[in-house]
Design a protein. Structure first.
Length: 119
């Protein structure tokens, strides 16, 4: 049985869907960890643990088709950006100018790795 280009496109689409879910779960885990206050609050602590386990499962699915280095670089960069945005919206924690510049470099890095990097 041969794999067609359409099959490969579908496999990559599924991988990127898993990546988006992993970023959402990783970001949720970070927010729950903040709300757990050093894991002293039971419910947010449990949610943080559950979401990070689900996140790692999704990342393992992504790594079936995309190399670990590209997967983790993309995941980490997007999680940092998403967590920062939610930190602003939920906790009113604004990064300073230098942090914003760093975030811009992270975005540029994620774009470069995914568009110009060899996989």
């Amino acid at each position: 049985m041969t794999t067609t280009i359409e099959d490969l496109k579908f496999i990559m689409l599924i991988s990127y869907i898993f990546m988006i879910v992993a970023v959402a779960l990783g970001t949720a885990s970070n927010i729950f960890a903040k709300e757990a206050e050093g894991f002293t609050k039971l419910f947010p602590s449990l949610l943080s643990a559950i979401t990070i386990i689900l996140c790692m499962y999704c990342l393992s699915q992504v790594m079936k088709t995309i190399s670990a280095s590209y997967t983790y670089a993309t995941f980490a960069g997007l999680c940092i950006i998403a967590t920062t945005i939610l930190g602003i919206l939920r906790f009113n924690q604004w990064p300073n100018l230098y942090a914003f510049i760093g975030l811009i470099f992270i975005i540029i890095g994620v774009v470069l790795v995914n568009l110009l990097g060899k996989n």
